[in-house]
Ligand binder design. Structure first.
Ligand code: HEM
Length: 444
């Protein structure tokens, strides 16, 4: 069958969708995904971006022919300025080797060793709530997730340097998002105030991470954290370990990929639970039944079925990674449309997760969709952790962590949303609540 051109999303003359994308990429990509199938083209100045609106195309790009869709895009290039060539930003043979080497550190049995750290950090978080006093629970999740990722990668409590790491990460990420949306922004080497602030943020992050790596190389004590696992890891095919630069890039990657994602997933979950008392009641019933008043730990996770369902459904409605960008490596006809080599593709999991063609009552928050024995979703329609070979390496880590945090929290506390602080979405690198999720805690 000859290839047909994909329709073009209406935009302005010459600029096309540029200004709409700069203003609200989330709205543009969601609309493109929901209103067109299998493909729509977005004109952006002289270039084109292809957006798929069909589950089979998602499956094709991310799983079946994943080799033809890499990450050689400006947005990943910008990310490389922060994390170098870590797992998220690398491609091809280099990525394959790093993934093979790092994979064992993320096996369930290895992560089980972190259960106690996760339980302790969750309990400390809840202990810190002041009953009756409104606060931003999204900020608490951010803090605990950063602390956990720090403790599990680097053992030492990076929250003591969190006052340095958190704002530096934020400056770096905001700079990156701004630049990725603005092709006309000044190149990195121009000493604008924003570029200078970015440089300083990276230097700060480097100081923390490189400091830990060199102390570790010099020291003799053995640890059981992720960094130790990555330092010991050997490529099963070549027997080679990672260099200091590779270690730095992977540590920075895990910091970046593993903290805000989990924190935002939890923040949306807390908002949804507060809005759905029947879900909260079922959740509390499970916690009482499974835990019988004990603090939750690693051994309980397998029995917290409903807690897991709530999390899955929350990540359907609010996937922290709301879009995925890819580049076409070689010309290919996909679903009848020619994708020319080097074309950019943007997939929007957020919109696919709410697509009425694939989901019954898509806007409804219904954890029972994920009940044991319920029919699985259509392939390519549920991808909070991505699908295929580039699937999140931390998915088990994140799920266990989130389940332990949710169980610890809802076993002890009820959260009521603060009425005059409505939750708003902000789609930067992750989909997050713009001004947090303000709640008032009360004891259960
Ligand atoms: C709810 C929490 C999380 C979500 C929603 C999430 C989501 C994702 C997604 C969608 C990707 C694919 C990105 C792409 O293909 O461009 C990814 C990759 C990745 N994630 Fe996660 N993630 C989470 C937690 C974590 C945690 C806790 C860690 C580490 C401890 C982690 C480490 C990584 C790494 C290293 C990759 C790159 C994998 C590769 O390409 O080989 N993530 N994650």
């Amino acid at each position: 069958m000859p290839a047909t051109p994909a329709p073009v999303l209406p935009g302005e003359p010459i600029l096309g969708s540029l200004r709409a994308l700069q203003r609200d990429p989330f709205a543009v990509l969601s609309r493109a995904t929901l209103e067109y199938s299998p493909w729509v083209r977005l004109k952006v100045l002289g270039t084109e971006i292809f957006v798929p609106g069909d589950a089979a195309v998602f499956e094709h790009v991310l799983v079946t022919n994943v080799r033809n869709f890499d990450k050689q895009l400006r947005s990943y290039q910008l990310l490389r300025n922060i994390v170098g060539y870590g797992l998220v930003t690398s491609d091809g043979d280099f990525w394959k080797r790093q993934r093979r080497t790092a994979q064992p550190a993320f096996h369930r049995e290895r992560i089980a060793a972190f259960g106690e750290i996760m339980s302790r950090a969750s309990t400390e978080m809840v202990d810190g709530f002041v009953m009756g006093t409104p606060f931003d629970v999204a900020a608490s999740f951010n803090h605990v997730a950063l602390k956990l990722v720090g403790q599990t990668i680097l053992s030492n409590d990076v929250t003591s340097s969190a006052s340095r790491v958190e704002p530096a990460m934020r400056v770096a990420l905001e700079h990156l998002v701004r630049r990725s949306l603005d092709p006309l922004s000044a190149p990195e080497w121009v000493p604008t105030s924003k570029n200078r602030a970015f440089r300083q943020a990276i230097e700060e992050l480097d100081r923390v991470v490189n400091g830990v790596i060199s102390a570790r190389r010099a020291g003799t004590e053995t640890r059981k954290d992720l960094l130790a696992m990555l330092m010991e890891a050997r490529d099963p095919e070549t027997g080679e370990g990672m260099t200091d630069v590779q270690l730095r890039d992977e540590v920075m990657t895990i910091f970046l990929a593993g903290h805000e994602t989990t924190a935002t997933a939890l923040a949306w979950t807390a908002m949804l639970i507060a809005q759905h008392p029947e879900v909260e009641a079922a959740l509390v019933e499970e916690l009482d039944r499974v835990l019988g008043g004990r603090s939750p730990g690693m051994q309980d996770v397998a029995n917290l079925t409903y807690t897991g369902m709530v999390l899955k459904e929350s990540m359907r409605l609010y996937p922290p990674v709301w879009s995925l960008g890819r580049r076409v490596v070689e010309d290919e006809v996909v679903a009848g449309v020619l994708l020319p080599k080097n074309t950019q593709i943007f997939l929007c999991p957020y919109a696919m997760h709410r697509h009425p063609k694939y989901w019954k009552d898509p806007e409804r928050f219904d954890p029972l969709r994920w009940a044991p024995g319920a029919p699985p979703p259509t392939k390519g329609t549920y991808l909070p952790f991505n699908i295929g070979q580039r699937k999140c390496i931390g998915d088990v880590f994140a799920t266990i962590e989130a389940q332990i945090i949710l169980a610890t929290l809802y076993q002890r506390v009820h959260l009521t949303l603060v009425a005059d602080r409505p939750v708003q979405t902000e789609a930067l690198l992750t989909l997050r609540p713009a001004n947090g999720v303000w709640v008032t805690p009360s004891p259960r």
